[in-house]
Design a binder for this molecule. Structure first.
Ligand code: GDP
Ligand code: MG
Length: 300
């Protein structure tokens, strides 16, 4: 049997479960998962190695509205991943059905790129089984999807079936990436995403999407090679946000730091010293050099 390899763009509005699905498929924590939407800002590439195929996933950020540089860069990376994709997997939520935004994605992207597209209907654990078929029927009227695969990314229902379906539409090709590669996301950005996730989980609604994390340096311990010393800055837009992130007597920052450190130690298999700093930088979303440093380098 011949080998297949190709690129897959995951597309769907925020919160449909793109990151959860990707993490489930890759079995590694790569893209950030959050109970709130719009936490994935950059294109994250993950590679699934199978005996007879290599699937390279492009995790596109949810489609967002807004005119600032950050939003534009998010949109550009979404467009870039669709352009380079061999197959598009569009995700909708079973319990919500087709929303207006979902339909906009079909109009603005699927119809434009006209690539083989698979519809993954996620979160079927949330609905009754007999509601799945009517939803598929409705979907056939919205776009000419190649396939319809009901899944639950979180409960791992039918995810293997989705992988098999994707494989059908990949071109024959030798592997495109070395076998030990799971992501091309640079280590600094990957660590920053993990820290940012902890900020999100701990600060609830108080902190809007105005937090950025920059990992300044990663050094090995001088005597202990098994130790990583990581310095990172949490940028906020306002003084009172800084107060919230630091918390009473520094409690909040300590909690964020501990959670991030524990996860990093687990994922990297090393001891970690994590030094977190909080800085106020008004309008960081409009600061081009800073955005570049944060990895939003799609902006031209
Ligand atoms: P993204 O914005 O599309 O990347 O969505 P996320 O992967 O961050 O998921 C958004 C929320 O939906 C998180 O709270 C997930 O735990 C939840 N979620 C994802 N997949 C499923 C699923 O199959 N079933 C249920 N019940 N929840 C899910
Ligand atoms: Mg996501």
């Amino acid at each position: 049997m011949s080998f297949k390899a190709g690129f897959v763009a995951l597309i769907g509005r925020p919160n449909v479960g793109k990151s959860t699905l990707l993490n489930n498929i890759l079995g590694t924590k790569l893209s950030i998962v959050s109970p709130r939407p719009q936490t994935t800002r950059m294109r994250i590439l993950g590679v699934k190695h199978l005996p007879d195929a290599q699937i390279i996933f492009l995790d596109t950020p949810g489609v967002q509205k807004g005119g600032d540089l950050l939003t534009k860069s998010v949109m550009e990376s979404a467009v870039a991943s669709m352009e380079s994709a061999d197959v598009i997997v569009m995700i909708i939520e079973a319990d919500k059905g087709w929303t207006k935004e979902d339909k906009e994605i079909v109009e603005n992207y699927l119809k434009k790129y006209n690539k083989p597209t698979i519809l993954a209907i996620n979160k079927i654990d949330k609905i009754q089984r007999d509601l799945v078929l009517p939803l598929i029927e409705e979907s056939t009227k919205i776009y000419d999807f190649k396939e319809y695969v009901p899944i639950s990314a979180i409960k791992n229902i039918n995810v293997d079936e989705l992988i098999e379906t994707i494989k059908k539409y990949l071109p024959e090709s030798p592997p495109l990436y070395p076998e030990d590669m799971i992501t091309d996301l640079p280590l600094k950005l990957w660590i920053a995403e993990i820290i940012r996730e902890k900020v999100f989980f701990n600060t609830k609604q108080e902190i809007p999407y105005s937090v950025a994390v920059e990992v300044e340096s990663i050094k090995e311990g001088e005597k202990n090679k098994n130790l990583l010393i990581i310095d990172a800055i949490i940028y906020v837009e306002k003084d009172n946000h800084k107060g919230i992130i630091i918390g009473k007597k520094g409690q909040m920052l300590k909690k964020i730091g501990t959670q991030a450190r524990e996860e990093l130690e687990f994922l990297l298999g090393k001891k970690v010293h994590l030094n977190l700093f909080v800085k106020v930088k008004e309008r960081w979303k409009e600061d081009l050099p800073l955005l570049r440093a944060l990895g939003y380098n799609q902006i031209s």
